[in-house]
Design a protein around this ligand. Structure first.
Ligand SMILES: *Cc1c(COP(=O)(O)O)cnc(C)c1O
Length: 385
């Protein structure tokens, strides 16, 4: 697989591996968020689960209403590094977590009648905290990974089901929350909004806001943003509620790279190039989803050229990124640029096998290249106790 994006202008001596945010591409994505907020009259939050990159927050803050967190640490990150609103949801909270969250988050969401009854009073101890209830709307549209990424898959642990929805204390609930999409285009977003409108009307009339979760892939080519805007406007007109979206991937899709170097070769039925980047440690979704990431240096899929299987330097047999064709033979030291590498990449990386962590860097809009952080042995050693 290849990508239509041109190669970014990186310094010839770029230190690899490196995750590189493309500030121009991020600005393009933020313009879409601005448009949705302005034209639909809704709030848009960043789900930091997908993209927790504080160096980018100054370029995002003015275009978003805040962040949404998956627990205490992300809520603290949102509070300390992003500012504005902090929302938090977890399928269950740990001991003392809700109490600490009342200092960090202004919107706390509960997953079930069990969690709501256990923690509602604790959350209410800060009168400024708004209470959300996550509902399992029974609407599946996840386009990625099948049931692995479908919050409404059978036996999913996410959200109160229709069977239990009347056990929630609706007079105490400010926000109805339904997250059921994953890398969904406008048909998924509009489908979810219509499904909730049709099936949950009596509950919507009792809340002040409705949060349609993440998975809205608003910056993916093919996503018709006008359709999303029309659906939100119609929903707001019918139910007279505030509407919130909390995408992660949809805000940073195609906004950066993972740059790797070829460090060696092997032959075993095919030519194999070994990289200083690894699927297992640096792009785990390549193995988990699984998918073959776009490689900007490669020839289009199916083109005859110099073929290589690209693999990581870990000792895990399955640490294979994919097979790609190149216009010329690869050499040690060649830089390879994987595209669309911002969401769910560095937030999930590991130092397995003693693999060094990639730099965190920004290719600024003026063309300058800024290394935000370089890691070393201490990051490997530090997490071993
Ligand atoms: C993961 C998640 C999001 C963000 O999802 P994306 O697919 O990255 O847009 C938003 N809300 C909740 C509750 C989530 O679990």
């Amino acid at each position: 697989m290849t990508s239509h994006s041109p190669l970014p202008a990186l310094p010839p001596d770029v230190h690899t591996p490196a995750y590189v945010l493309d500030a121009k591409a991020l600005a393009r994505n933020m313009a879409t968020a601005d448009r949705v907020r302005r034209e639909a009259g809704c709030k848009v939050l960043l789900a930091t689960k997908a993209f927790a990159f504080p160096a980018a927050f100054p370029d995002m803050r003015d275009h978003l209403d805040g962040t949404t967190a998956s627990g205490e640490y992300e809520a603290r990150l949102g509070r300390e590094e992003f500012g504005k609103e902090v929302h938090v949801y977890a399928p269950a909270y740990g001991p003392g977590e809700v109490e600490r969250l009342t200092e960090l988050a202004d919107h706390i969401y509960f997953n079930s009648p069990e969690q709501m009854s256990r923690y509602l009073a604790v959350a209410r101890s800060n009168p400024k905290v708004k209470i959300g209830a996550r509902i399992n709307p029974g609407y599946s549209n996840a386009t990625l990974g099948g049931p692995l990424y479908d919050p409404c898959a059978p036996n999913s642990r996410f959200g109160t089901t229709a069977a239990e929805v009347d056990q929630l204390p609706w007079e105490q609930i400010d926000i109805f929350h339904a997250h059921s999409l994953c890398e969904s285009l406008h048909d998924g977003s509009v489908g979810l909004i219509d499904h909730v409108a049709k099936n949950f009307g009596p509950y919507l009339k009792r809340v002040k806001a409705v949060n349609f979760g993440g998975g809205h892939f608003i910056n993916k080519p093919g996503y018709d943003v006008a359709k999303l805007i029309a659906a939100i406007k119609a929903f707001r007109a019918t139910f007279d509620v505030e509407v919130i979206l909390e995408p992660g991937a949809g805000l940073v899709v195609d906004a950066g790279y993972l740059v790797a170097s070829v460090i060696g070769f092997h032959t075993n039925g095919a030519r194999i190039a070994i990289l200083d980047a690894s699927a297992s440690t640096h792009m785990p979704d390549v193995l988990e989803v699984p998918y073959m990431p776009p490689l900007l240096n490669a020839l289009p899929a199916g083109t005859r050229g110099h073929d290589y299987i690209l693999g990581g330097k870990t000792c895990m047999t399955g640490d294979i990124i994919g097979e790609y064709a190149f216009a010329a033979p690869l050499k040690v030291g060649d830089h390879l640029v994987f595209g669309d590498m911002m969401q769910y990449s560095f937030v999930k990386n590991t130092t397995f096998n003693g693999t060094p962590l990639p730099d965190m860097a920004v290719l600024e809009a003026d063309g300058s290249y800024r290394v935000v952080k370089r890691f070393g042995y201490s990051e490997f050693r530090g997490r071993l106790g």
